[in-house]
Design a binder for this molecule. Structure first.
Ligand code: MSP
Length: 677
């Protein structure tokens, strides 16, 4: 059986988990779940990095001992990951006794081999980075990362003969072009290596820093934090002779951001070489999440914490957003508006509508049971099947090479094609004629199969949604038990099996309410409001709604094409029986097209249990494509009328809001035809 081993950086315990940590860990999780889906045996490691100056300083600020402080923050990381759906097999801490032992064994081995020597060193030291800098690395005489002046320090220390392995490393990276990827980071490492590599100082005198792993050959010193931390990748699976180490080390992949490229691209390979351990297979390096073009920073209150976002927007939406939005390797800007837009467009509209339309029609036309392929699939059916196949191929090709956004784009192309297929094939027309039933069967079965494939393909990204979709399609399987070759196979849905409609997968999020969890709101300990599934009028910003917005007719058979005539809020009182005479229904817009030669009119086919043609005066505010799939409120017992020569059998309700016209839509999805009272 093929194997896969993925790691995240082990995070410093001087900061709470934020969106940057979440991204790397979710990327590793998607890779882990993907490989399980492909039938690999996997090992997924994360953890915390707990020694060194930085931690001592943070503990002091918190008024705690380093170990107690490390316990607390490490605990926060450990508790966060399950809430983000992370499936790590092990959580390592550099204070674990097993890790400490391996670090000492490796140090001893490298020392015995003559690659560690004792020497005095004088240089420019940055406390934040815990390291000496060479003159040429400084920017304006300051640390490039901390923008602070350095202090001059002289120390006798132990050094690792890193320079000895420079030529070997250059040769290795040249011969293994995908060892460090994407290519820009490989090039960056090769360009570091153009300059002579200096030896690495790997010890700190105990009188300056005692919070570290003692050197096995000199207890007046502790180990430099990077020499300690990097070794977690082999200590966790049980170096040197543990079974997991034997099985998984040969396929190890590290996932990190560009900030720690140098330790992973230079220190680590040379350390491995000196210790006689084979090189890792890949170093996957991604860019930075920025907030409004800047770095996330606690002091500026721009830290975005995943656990503030997830309760508001949902875990799967959050995971989807991170993986869809960032091109692996490049920087991205985080904004809550962008997150909301993706939820509404990609999840609520595209995926949510496809799934609900498919299930609603299966329920209506086939009593909620999976139909057989009745008629021989035609060209359109085959084209849609081809899109599902294409999505599967892209997914299989792109994820192993870190093209997460491309894999998602291919899946969404398939979803888009399926929605268009519904509009084009118009199953409701096929349902009118008994003789077309075999054709309708094939159409609905094709759609159900596409939804099943989509559910399996999104499972590494959105495991909860995948399970929910499969469950409603009559397949009860945990996301982690899915296997691509079996579960995404075309035609494998069980004929006659009951499917269930259920609630909308992703309720739309009110754009007006966004921005709340952004910019470290939580830093100010103000929890973001519950935004999800807010009752909305389409496009409405609740705050900007007039206090008493008049409900107007957007179109009707009797009041004319212009629609949206204001009603008088102080109009004559009516009794309930008069009100009941108005037959208000929830309708689902199936088709929409402009009425030729009219600026305002759109012809709609609306499903209210039966299909109605309604002409609405909304063309100036709504494009026909956006209307399809929306639920609206209609007056169903209005006398028919002709508008620009087109018959209208009802009226769509809307609200005039300044220059805008907003449709009334139900809070949650309703079975078409539901009576409004
Ligand atoms: N402890 C070291 C790593 C040792 S690994 C042997 C360390 N820890 S850290 O807590 O600072 O984590 C750095 C990592 O967190 C980055 O490499 C990246 O994975 C993640 N991120 C932190 N901020 C980030 C962004 N703003 N954007 C994306 N990821 C970032 O370095």
């Amino acid at each position: 059986m093929e194997r896969f081993y993925v790691t995240t950086p082990i995070y410093y315990v001087n900061a709470e988990p934020h969106i940057g940590h979440a991204y790397t860990t979710i990327v590793a999780d998607v890779m882990n779940r993907f490989h399980k889906l492909m039938g690999y045996k996997t090992f997924f490691l994360t953890g915390t990095d707990e020694h060194g100056d930085k931690i001592v300083q943070a503990a002091q600020e918190a008024g705690m001992e380093p170990k107690a402080y490390a316990d607390r923050i490490s605990g926060l990381f450990r508790q966060t990951w399950p809430k983000l759906g992370i499936t790590n097999d092990k959580f390592i801490r550099t204070t674990d006794p097993e890790h400490i032992k391996v670090v000492q064994d490796v140090l001893q081995k490298v020392h015995d081999a003559g690659d560690i020597y004792f020497s005095s060193y004088k240089g420019q030291y940055c406390v934040g980075c815990e390291r000496f800098y060479t003159e040429r690395e400084l920017v304006d005489g300051k640390c490039p990362d901390h923008d602070k002046p350095l202090i001059e320090r002289e120390e006798a220390n132990y050094f690792f003969r890193m320079s000895k392995y420079q030529d070997w490393l250059i040769g290795y990276i040249r011969e293994n072009p995908d060892a460090i990827r994407p290519e820009r980071y490989r090039n960056e490492v090769l360009s570091f290596l153009k300059e002579p590599l200096e030896d690495l100082c790997i010890s700190r005198p105990v009188e300056r820093l005692s919070w570290g792993i003692p050197l096995p050959f000199d207890n007046r010193y502790v180990t430099y934090v990077w020499f300690d931390a990097l070794i977690n990748y082999i200590s966790a699976p049980g170096y040197p002779d543990g079974e997991l180490f034997r099985q998984f080390w040969p396929v190890a992949q590290h996932t990190v951001a560009k900030d720690i490229l140098k330790p992973h691209g230079i220190y680590w390979p040379t350390m491995l070489k000196a210790a006689g351990v084979p090189m890792y297979r890949h170093l996957n390096v991604h860019g930075y999440w920025k907030i409004a073009e800047g770095k996330m920073s606690k002091s500026h209150g721009t830290v975005v914490r995943p656990l503030d976002l997830v309760p508001v927007y949902g875990l799967d939406a959050f995971r989807y957003f991170l993986l869809r939005e960032m091109v692996f390797g490049l920087d991205s800007n985080f904004s809550e508006d962008a997150l909301v837009q993706r939820i509404n467009a990609d999840l609520a509209n595209d995926l949510g509508n496809l799934f609900s339309r498919t299930l609603a029609m299966t329920s209506r036309y086939f009593d909620g049971k999976v139909p057989p392929f009745g008629a021989e699939p035609n060209e359109e059916d085959r084209a849609l099947r081809g899109m599902a196949k294409n999505a599967t191929e892209e997914f299989t090709r792109e994820i192993p090479q870190l093209g997460f956004h491309k894999a998602l784009m291919a899946i969404w192309e398939c979803i888009g094609s399926a929605n268009k297929y519904i509009d084009y094939v118009a199953p409701w027309n096929l349902a009118r004629e008994e003789s077309l039933n075999p054709r309708l069967q094939t159409v609905m079965r094709t759609l159900l199969e596409v939804n099943k494939s989509v559910a399996v393909l999104i499972s590494p990204f959105m495991p909860e949604t995948a399970e929910k979709m499969l469950d409603r399609l009559g397949i009860s399987k945990k996301a982690l038990d899915l296997r691509l070759d079996q579960d995404a196979r075309w035609g494998t849905l069980e004929e006659g099996k009951e499917v269930s409609k259920g609630e909308a997968l992703f309720p739309r999020v009110d754009l007006g309410g966004a921005k709340k969890a952004e910019k470290g709101q939580a830093e100010k300990s103000e929890k973001p409001g519950k935004l999800k599934a807010a009752v909305q009028t389409e496009k409405a910003n609740a705050a900007s709604q007039p206090a008493r917005a008049p409900v107007a007719a957007a179109a009707s058979g009797s009041t004319g094409a212009a629609g949206a005539a204001s009603a008088d809020p102080h109009s004559e009182a009516i009794d309930i029986d008069t009100f009941r005479k108005i037959d208000l229904r929830i309708g689902l817009i199936r088709q929409a097209e402009r009425v030729p030669r009219s600026e305002k009119l759109v012809k709609l086919i609306i499903d209210i249990g039966e299909e109605r043609q309604v002409v609405a005066g909304i063309a100036q505010t709504h494009s026909p494509d956006d209307l399809i799939g929306k639920q609206v409120v209609i007056v169903a017992n209005l006398k028919p009328a002709k508008l620009m020569g087109v018959e209208s059998h009802g009226m769509v309700l809307a609200v005039r809001d300044g220059a805008d016209l907003k449709l009334l839509i139900p809070e949650k999805e309703v079975t078409p035809g539901g009576r409004v009272s």
